[in-house]
Design a protein around this ligand. Sequence first.
Ligand SMILES: [Zn+2]
Length: 387
Amino acid sequence: MSAKLCITICIVAFIALLGVAAAENVIDEVVNTAMKELPFEKGNQNILIMANTGYARGSEIYLDEFLSKVSELGLSTSKNVIFVHNSYNKPLWFAFFDRSTGDCIYIEVKDGKISKQAKENIAANNLLSNPEDWDAKMKSKVFDGNEFSIMTIANVWARGMPWELQKSAEFHNHICPGLTSGYLIAQYLKKELPLESGKEYQILAVPPWCKDDTLQMIFDSTVGKRKMVVKTLSKEQTNALPDNMKNIAGIYIRWDRNKGEGQGIILTFDWNKVCKEAGINRSDFKDFKSYKWWYARLKLDLWMMDYLDKPEYLISKVKEFEIDSNTLNKLKTAGVDPLIELGIIEEKLSKTEEKTVEEKKSPFPFEVTIAGFAIAAVICSMLKRRD
Ligand SMILES: [Zn+2]
């Protein structure tokens, strides 16, 4: 081996060792800070650690050390840790929450060092009884914009969330009533349209909301695998729905790939009932100027926990049908309205709307109109010259 090659190998090995050591140091620093400031002792099962390690760019180097630290603390990687899905361009963060006090310490890491840290009490009772105080902290981004993620996941976890909801919360990176409604729909489907082996759900998310992340997670009916097709509803389409379908949640098909046939159901989710019984105005969800948008969501997150095993209390089956592969493909195709195909909305109505829109438009595109004027001007000038 040449001396040059030997030196190169030594340098590479040294850099790799430095990287591992840096990862160990920063994870040690993060955990020690949390243990001191929260505070907590090893083996305290009231602790939940939320982190976006493995999603934030380059943060995979901390994973091994982080996981061994969790087991060193006597905590479970499935019960006491939630890896919160984030986009790659988010900073790396950790949040340690103590269920017994509601205290939470947020720690951000940049360039291998702690770059931000903050401690707040995020117990649901505290936030819901002083919403204005917490709203001011949310606006100041006390947890660097991750407040809603952290406070909803922590408080639902504190109440004991089922594993499938936890996996969905990881993917969706927060818990909202929409996500929980997806968990309820999943439980309803398991009872009403159970998947025998070899079958799958083909889902038409019409209209989509947070629920569809839960359904992708639980059933692997993902958009990429073309087991879920997403179509939003226009105001006109929603208005045209019959009264018993105004709260439509989606079209769910138990599909047998081998036989090329399936059974479908259309489900509704009763948001009016949820809001009425939990004492929330539906309009509060869209009030992003005040605290109401997060207050309504957090309150319902907790209210819905009591109905996780009673999906039929909030979900109704409004239509059942048999379906073959031609029809399924048609329903999924762009430009096709599945509500018309399934006879929910009348085609006539939809055609009339299209016509009204067309009538409003000029019969000629802008470019044609301009060209027309130009030709007319040329002819006029030619005629003038002849005169
Ligand atoms: Zn959501």
